[in-house]
Ligand binder design. Structure first.
Ligand code: ADP
Length: 328
């Protein structure tokens, strides 16, 4: 690996979008310019690298975006980047512009692509964890999680009001195909009776039993929060079983869906995105290769992209215990 001094850097957002990506882009652009680097924005993730959709960024180009959800650079999933030919094309476009360092804001898939690309073409790549799922190891925070979970909490609080008015049982589905963090955090924060997540086995018998018990005790308002990737299925599947087993229950389903991805990022997401974006450029300037910038115990923490890809952040047993005790 080379330790050349970088002079021109590219920044892209890739994979699933997450609120706070704009704040990270802004931090990368302005820190780069502060250090005298030329900074380029790559549009639609790796697709823009392959299609040569690469634009120069100045300080003004990232004005007024710190509070905006989505990503001004757009994001995409790019099939061609899985192939060596696609990555070669991307490299040639970077070479043409003299770009010698990259900041990739995305999830583990994007890091997988970055790792391959960097190994093949010797371009230092720095990853910033941008995902609402929070399932990346090596960081306490991922850009977008706090906003997504607060959106879910706001929506579930509203559902609780109407559930209470009618004594209904609501099964609320939140995002999380492989990770239960949004379900776990939003479920605890809204006092859900049960939380079903992909990381722990769903015991349907136990769920039906606990809901029946609560009904007997006249605890009528019930909220069950389900991650979309729970192994039993999403909210519709869970509701179907409960309706069958507890026919007298007035069961409703609410799937929160994509509202969890949008909206203005929270203060926390803006702060971590700004801090991570700043340090991504520092990494490139100090010759770091292929690391993800994370924050652990309020300190900067660098994880080789390889490890960030392989290891998943684990759900702590303590949280699962808290759910059981507090929902009684
Ligand atoms: P996320 O970054 O949110 O996990 P994806 O898994 O969709 O999102 O990955 C984003 C993009 O990263 C993919 O569309 C692809 O272009 C690139 N990518 C993902 N995995 C690989 C891989 N194994 N090899 C090359 N590129 C990859």
């Amino acid at each position: 690996m080379s330790a050349r001094k970088v002079t021109k850097i590219g920044v892209l957002t890739s994979g699933g979008d997450a609120p706070g990506m704009n704040a990270a882009v802004r931090a990368v652009v302005r820190t780069g310019i502060y250090h005298g680097l030329e900074v380029f924005g790559i549009i639609r993730g790796y697709s823009g690298m392959i299609d040569d959709d690469i634009i120069p960024m100045d300080s003004r180009s990232v004005a007024n975006i710190i509070q905006r959800g989505g990503t001004i650079l757009k994001t995409a999933r790019c099939k061609e980047f899985f192939e060596h030919e696609g990555r070669k094309k991307a490299f040639e476009n970077l070479k043409k512009k003299g770009i010698d360092g990259l900041v990739i804001i995305g999830g583990d898939g994007s890091f997988r692509g970055a790792q391959k690309f960097s190994n093949e073409f010797d371009i230092p790549c720095i990853g910033l964890p941008g995902t609402i799922d929070k399932d990346i190891a090596g960081t306490d925070f991922t850009i977008g999680f706090d906003t997504a979970v607060n959106t879910a909490v706001d929506a579930i609080d509203k559902i609780r009001d109407t559930a209470d008015a009618h004594d209904r049982l609501f099964i609320v589905e939140v995002m999380g195909r492989d990770a239960g963090y949004i379900a776990l955090h939003s479920g605890i924060a809204t006092g859900a009776e049960n939380i079903l997540i992909p990381e722990s086995k769903t015991d349907m018998e136990e769920l039906v039993h606990s809901l029946t018990e609560k009904e007997k005790r006249k605890k009528l308002v019930n909220l069950v929060v389900v991650a979309e990737g729970d192994e039993f299925g999403g909210a519709n599947e869970v509701a179907a079983v409960i309706k069958k087993r507890i026919p007298q229950a007035d069961v409703r389903v609410c799937i929160l869906g994509h509202i969890q991805r949008g909206g203005s990022p929270t203060c926390l997401d803006r702060l971590i995105a700004s801090r991570m974006g700043y340090h991504a450029v520092e990494c490139l300037l100090t010759g770091k290769h292929n690391v993800m910038v994370g924050i652990v115990n309020n300190n900067l923490y660098y994880t080789p992209l390889d490890n960030a890809i392989k290891a998943k952040q684990k759900i702590s047993e303590e949280w699962l215990k808290i759910v059981k005790i507090l929902a009684s």
